[in-house]
Design a protein around this ligand. Structure first.
Ligand code: DAT
Ligand code: MG
Length: 149
């Protein structure tokens, strides 16, 4: 089953939106398979955002993501990557669809509340980067047959 890495970023935690963001993913039908509340190190932030290191906003992005705790999560489901990206909304809150998290709670691209992997390959890569194998929980959910055909 496809896995994706999701993070409630420092602004989401500081604004008390952890429960709201988790609730939306749960209600969508995604299954939580890993979670930890943590402060992100410079090293982990640099590895996570490696492909953005030449962007002008990169220093600010690293400062922000390491500035306060985050909730790191792994979620699973059919098309989990796409489903999370749709529930989060476009990168810029000003372009995110109404009803998406970034639209409903966000104003600025540099404070867009949450992260979701952008491809199944990056989902697998990011889950492996953020979680040790023993931190992921494989479990049967009683409602699965009512969510996935
Ligand atoms: P996403 O988080 O939607 O996958 P991304 O991978 O292109 O977007 O960029 C990672 C984060 O970097 C994004 O969530 C917010 C920040 N960012 C992206 N583009 C930006 C910009 N033009 N100005 C400031 N921050 C930006
Ligand atoms: Mg991205």
């Amino acid at each position: 089953m496809e896995q994706t890495f999701v993070m409630v970023k420092p602004d989401g935690v500081q604004r008390g939106l952890v429960g709201e963001i988790v609730a939306r993913l749960e209600r969508r039908g995604l299954k939580l398979v890993g979670a930890k509340f943590m402060q992100v190190s410079q090293e982990l932030a640099a590895e996570h955002y490696a492909e953005l290191k030449d962007k002008p906003f990169y220093p600010g992005l690293i400062d922000y993501i390491t500035s306060a705790p985050v909730l790191a999560m792994a979620w699973e489901g059919k098309n989990a990557v796409g489903a999370v990206r749709q529930t989060l909304g476009a990168t810029k809150p000003s372009e995110a669809a109404p009803g998406s998290i970034r639209h409903d709670y966000g104003m600025d691209v540099g404070r867009n509340l949450a992260h979701g992997s952008d491809s199944p390959e990056n989902g697998a890569r990011e889950v492996a980067l953020w979680f040790q194998p023993e931190e992921l929980v494989s479990w049967e959910r009683a409602t699965d047959a009512w969510i996935f055909e």
